[in-house]
Design a protein around this ligand. Structure first.
Ligand code: HEM
Length: 76
């Protein structure tokens, strides 16, 4: 479905994801959630503009329905 699916492409133009559900029944808070993530990413990048994974094998993920990174050690 996605080109370069294993990369973070923050301005991905073709982006038909299901994160907020789809169709007639979808997340009521999607616009608030998008604003929150924008503020979080902007604040992070202001404070830590340059960073890299300290140890890719140390990244830990949540399982279950809400998938995402739980622990991402970085170095700046
Ligand atoms: C990244 C953050 C979020 C994600 C990934 C997310 C995802 C989802 C998903 C997948 C659904 C189910 C849609 C369906 O039934 O098909 C949903 C429903 C819902 N979400 Fe979110 N959500 C997020 C943040 C929020 C926030 C911040 C709020 C409110 C402050 C919110 C309020 C709701 C409500 C009220 C529903 C139920 C809508 C309904 O049943 O009609 N969500 N969300």
């Amino acid at each position: 479905m996605f080109e370069r699916a294993d990369e973070v492409v923050i301005d991905r133009a073709k982006n038909r994801h299901f994160a907020f559900g789809s169709g007639i029944h979808r997340c009521l808070g999607s616009n608030l959630a998008r604003m929150e993530i924008r503020v979080a990413v902007e604040t992070f990048l202001e404070r830590i503009p340059t960073f890299a994974l300290a140890d890719p094998s140390a990244v830990r993920w949540n399982g279950g329905q809400v998938r995402g990174p739980r622990c991402v050690p970085i170095r700046s």
